[in-house]
Design a protein around this ligand. Structure first.
Ligand code: CFM
Ligand code: HCA
Length: 531
């Protein structure tokens, strides 16, 4: 793939090429390799990234149903984030659920000139009067930071006046280099304003928080059933199918299981620092990964009955998994896939493709950090730049009244027996030698990769979908599942094998040559002085 990298870089102006070169790595799982990530996208490059506001409001707080999320800003930011992420929820017939609404202060020119705090106050009051929600969150879009509206002061004032939990986020779109900054800001906000508000024991013998699972296409529903059968109390999920009361109670759990490391590692770390609750990395994408993760959770609780029940579930579910693999594998074996997704799916879905004999020849994150690629062992060597310094690190201290000495002791004793905590090895060690790892892939790079590898399928998002299909390659949306799924757990794996079998074996995308293939309308040349 070094020829391919050279060909890609050759097209760029020299300074751009030099910079991009550090984000394209020919993988060697045997050695430690560094990949440049979590830095600004070079202006002019067509990136797939989103903004800080998207990561905060859309990703982390979006899936929680009993909070009214008011977007402070012009209407577009709210409108274009209205029900675009496929996070499902189950509020029951009478439950509180505001997820299908779109709340905005709809700022106008005059508010930009004279300030929008009054308008925000009125919006909060109006939302409260109509819905009487459990909580209200306020999300700042770009102009808010530029004109200096203080969403935190307004939130404090309204919290006092209305006597419900109200808090703001300074998650202006430009606050970071991608959605990732918004995750961190959201984690901080929930931890500061919500986690720990309720000390009631959630009950049950085994108490678990599931972190970084967002119930896309109903994934959480599948997992919740396994936990219920195992007799595990799911105290909270951050944030698929969740409520604010779950978050208030999250510090009462015995273990944090982290699914998407990128978006939620901050809460896991803070819960351990403040309350002594340990965390483990798990993955419910892939049947083997699911079995491994359920076993790891069961092992933590050191209970014979729980471990036996876990094995029973795995054995039962694996029957359908194996039968489906047997059915589809003759048609999927040896096919090639490439994946470019946000910050963890490009890693997790490789297992699922692997189970039906497909190879991932190239993968990358939109906004993962070096630890998501290379493993947490590189955390101390990550350089802090102006953009990362911009995001607050909370100063967390031990909560003596709610501190779990028993869990700290449990962690030490299990560690002595070889049980791993707080570990994530990252994506690169799991990928095959000479596969191509690319951070923040550009449109141009995607096109070159298609020509070179001729993959059988690409897993990415809506921005890539139609261009890639016009190249004759099927695209599976790994964000929304193309309205299919669920894909988590054993049931999800079966769904995925079947869907992929159909997609890689249809000839439909090769039948219609796109018009621009014969007659390109626009031909442009990039100048070396442009950057
Ligand atoms: Fe985590 Fe996610 Fe992802 Fe993500 Fe996202 Fe998402 Fe994603 Mo879209 S939290 S990093 S910010 S697994 S919304 S549910 S699919 S890009 S790979
Ligand atoms: C986001 C949300 C997104 C977008 C998906 C896509 C999602 O990043 O703001 O580009 O197809 O999963 O909905 O990642």
């Amino acid at each position: 793939s070094s020829d391919l990298i050279e060909e890609i870089l050759n097209k760029y102006p020299s300074k751009v090429a030099k910079k991009r070169a550090k984000s394209l790595v020919t993988n060697d799982p045997e050695i430690d390799q560094e990949i440049q990530s979590n830095i600004r996208t070079i202006p002019g490059i067509i990136t797939q990234r989103g903004c800080c506001y998207a990561g905060c409001k859309g990703v982390i707080l979006g899936p929680t149903r009993d909070i009214i999320n008011i977007v402070h800003g012009p209407i577009g930011c709210s409108f274009y984030a209205w029900l675009t992420r496929r996070n499902q929820t189950d509020a029951g017939p009478d439950g509180e659920n505001y997820m299908n609404y779109c709340f905005s202060t709809d700022m106008q020119d005059t508010n930009i000139v004279f300030g929008g705090e009054k308008k925000l106050e009125e919006a909060i009051r109006e939302a409260y009067e109509i819905f009487k929600p459990h909580s209200i969150g306020v999300f700042s879009t770009c102009p808010i930071g530029l004109i200096g509206d203080d969403v935190h002061a307004v939130s404090r004032k309204m919290k006092e006046e209305l006597d419900i939990n109200i808090f703001g986020f300074s998650c202006e779109g430009y606050k970071g280099v991608s959605q990732s900054a918004g995750h961190h800001i959201a984690n901080n906000g929930i931890f500061k304003h919500v986690v720990g508000l309720n000390n009631t024991d959630p009950g049950g013998k085994f108490k678990l928080n599931l972190l970084g699972e967002y119930n896309i296409g109903g994934d959480s529903f599948v997992l919740e059933k396994y936990f219920e059968e195992m007799g595990i109390t799911l105290v909270s999920t951050f944030s698929g199918n969740s409520t604010m009361s779950q978050f208030e109670n999250a510090h009462m759990a015995d273990l944090n299981a982290v699914m998407c490391h990128r978006s939620i590692n901050y809460i896991a770390e803070m819960l351990e620092k403040k309350h002594g609750i340990p965390w483990i990395k798990i993955n419910f994408i892939g049947a083997d990964a699911t079995a491994k993760s359920l076993r790891k959770i069961a092992k933590y609780f050191e209970d014979e009955e729980l471990m036996a029940k876990t094995e029973e579930i795995i054995a039962r579910e694996m029957l359908e998994v194996q039968a489906t693999i047997e059915d589809v594998k003759s048609r999927t074996e040896g096919k090639l896939c490439m994946m470019y997704v946000g910050g963890s799916r490009a890693h997790h879905y490789q297992e699922l493709f692997g189970e039906i004999g497909m190879r991932t020849i190239s993968a990358g994150y939109e906004f993962g950090h070096r630890d998501d690629y290379e493993g947490r062992k590189v955390l101390d060597s990550i350089k802090i730049d102006a953009d990362s310094r911009n995001i607050e690190e909370l100063d967390i201290v031990k909560d003596e009244a709610n501190w779990r000495d028993d869990l700290v002791a449990k962690k030490t004793s299990l560690e002595d027996k070889g049980y791993g905590f707080s570990e994530y090895e990252g994506m690169m060690p799991d990928m095959e030698k000479n596969s191509l790892v690319i951070d923040d892939i550009s449109h141009w790079e995607t096109e070159k990769l298609i020509e070179y590898y001729k993959p059988d399928i690409i897993g990415a998002g809506i921005k890539e979908k139609y261009v890639i299909q016009k190249y004759g390659v099927p695209l599976k949306q790994l964000h929304s599942y193309d309205y299919g799924g669920p894909y988590a757990g054993f049931k999800g794996a079966v769904n995925f094998y079947n869907d992929i079998d159909k997609m890689v074996n249809t000839k439909i995308w090769g039948l219609i040559p796109p018009p621009w293939k014969n007659e390109p309308e626009l031909v442009a040349k990039m100048a070396d002085t442009a950057y």
